[in-house]
Write a protein that binds this ligand. Sequence first.
Ligand code: HEM
Length: 79
Amino acid sequence: MQSLRNIAVTDPYMHNGVFKTLHEVVDFYNTRDVKSWPAPEVADNVNQDELGDLGLTDEEVNDLVAFLETLTDGYELPE
Ligand code: HEM
């Protein structure tokens, strides 16, 4: 089971490290289907029911990022 614990200190994000910031991740979830983003590597399983056009305001995006930043517990990643 994956978790978002310590997510603020584990950039870059996603399976291919495409995003450097959590803001980019949340922006992507919010606007993938309404702004122009690079095409997916595999288009067959894109989740358009729960993600891609969330309709979040900038403030809500920033609030989610602020929440994700609270999930840091001081654990230091191994070298
Ligand atoms: C707004 C709500 C959400 C937030 C804040 C969020 C946050 C994140 C973050 C920060 C990552 C990057 C993890 C990493 O690279 O270590 C991630 C990856 C991922 N999330 Fe979410 N997530 C949300 C909703 C969802 C939903 C609804 C689904 C599926 C129904 C989902 C499925 C995934 C998957 C499959 C990945 C891995 C993608 C990849 O490796 O390319 N997420 N999420």
